[in-house]
Design a binder for this molecule. Structure first.
Ligand SMILES: [Zn+2]
Ligand SMILES: [Zn+2]
Length: 403
């Protein structure tokens, strides 16, 4: 299915290069940054999200193939359907979304480092964060009743508008925060300020949040604490959002469908004659993996153990599979005597038939090791040098291929 919403958000085509995506992202992010453009908060989030996906080759591939839904199901999208995903549908006229009430504060986003073990076993962790809460002494008024008056410098709007001329007949309107009231739109005379919050209406408090990392959660998955963001008078507090950052694991790699993958090197002897090895799983169990003789393991072979992958999120008793990708370590040169070589030959399948060609055009040559770039790199350097030459004496008829 051809879903190109994320491309549309960044204003690029589906075939856009990484640098093109990056360039447009920077341009748009600048334009819609909440500092500059407070009303465009949602737009900014969409832009960030689109970039998060399209700048990651793996996620971009998933998205190209399966669309937004694919990212969700694969656990790569990082946002539960009721939030950003829901908002996407909103923009494209598919309903849903939060009802508009009083102003809503900013969400606070924290990253939480977790290991693959944490996601396998689940984990509860305490997170200490500081946040603003309404001052209990003045109930968020900031001072004595009647002491709070609209700012005279900005007529209570909190912002100042100035006009700047640029070019002939053009002016630009600039909006900036009122310095007198710090954008609050009101002032309190020093003597009437609340003694606890010094007129700020809020005080800083330390809060401990208990974060439940559930089995099978995904990288970049968000855990929401509704309304736990900074408090402000007459504002619905935003959420605290914990984003899971998964540390790379030394042994296991996780795929979007909860399979686990390990790489295993075995010797040629093991590949031909069978092997066993112990794998320490993410929960500490020792898995004894056995493979008898008879079925040969070839370089790059992928073998699996059913149900030993990651637990599925919200359904942790079901698990993905564990896959082992094999690499074969061949013996060192001259590992056997000539006599032993003959023994090996006698066991292995015979060589293919060989007929020696006759005539004068037969030439016997030796094999050498591959030498990378011996010719090609020197060749390329010459091309570059030539290119630069051209730039230096640019004359008629010489076209410069500037990108
Ligand atoms: Zn107070
Ligand atoms: Zn003001």
């Amino acid at each position: 299915m051809a879903d190109s919403k994320l491309y549309e958000i960044l204003g690029v085509s589906r075939t856009a290069s990484d640098s093109e995506i990056k360039r447009n992202y920077h341009k748009l992010a600048k334009e819609y940054h909440p500092d500059k453009n407070p009303a465009a908060g949602d737009r900014f989030k969409e832009i960030s999200y689109a970039y998060e996906i399209l700048s990651d080759p793996k996620k971009r591939q998933t998205y190209d193939k399966y669309g937004l839904k694919g990212l969700q199901e694969g656990g790569q999208g990082g946002c539960p359907p009721d939030d950003l995903f829901g908002k996407f549908f909103d923009i494209f006229g598919m309903g849903g979304g939060r009802p508009r009430g009083r102003a809503r504060g900013e969400d606070t986003i924290h990253r939480l480092d977790v290991s693959l073990e944490d996601l396998y076993l689940g984990k509860t962790t305490k997170l200490q964060l500081s946040k603003n809460v309404i001052c209990s002494h003045c109930n968020g008024v900031g001072g004595k009743l009647g002491a709070v008056v609209p700012c005279r410098d900005c007529q209570g709007r909190g912002i100042k508008i100035t006009y700047q001329r640029f070019g002939p007949n053009m002016t630009r309107q600039l909006q900036s925060q009122c310095m007198t009231c710090q954008g609050l739109g009101e002032t309190i005379s020093e003597k009437d300020k609340c003694t606890k919050c010094k007129g700020k209406k809020v005080v800083n408090e330390t809060k401990i949040l208990e974060v439940h990392v559930e089995k099978g959660m995904a990288e970049f998955q968000r855990i929401y604490f509704r309304g736990e963001g900074d408090q402000l008078p007459n504002t619905e507090p935003g959420d605290v959002i914990i984003v899971l950052d998964v540390k790379e694991h030394e042994v296991f790699q996780r795929s979007p469908n909860d399979d686990l993958l390990i790489k295993k090197e075995i010797t040629l002897t093991e590949a031909l004659c069978g092997f066993q090895f112990v794998l320490k799983h993410l929960d500490g169990r020792d898995l004894l993996i056995k493979h008898g003789p008879g079925e040969i393991i070839r370089p790059g072979d992928l073998k699996g153990v059913r149900g030993e992958g990651m637990p599925h999120y919200k359904n942790p008793f079901e698990k993905g599979n564990l896959y082992v990708k094999f690499d074969i370590k061949f013996p060192d040169n001259n590992f056997a005597t000539e006599e032993q070589m003959l023994q090996i030959q006698s066991i292995l399948p015979p060589r293919p038939d060989f007929v020696m060609p006759t005539g004068e055009d037969v030439e016997e040559v030796n094999l050498m090791d591959y030498v990378p770039n011996e010719r090609s790199s020197r060749g390329r350097q010459e091309v570059y040098a030539g290119d630069e030459d051209e730039h230096m004496h640019e004359g008629p008829g010489v076209e410069c291929a500037h990108q």
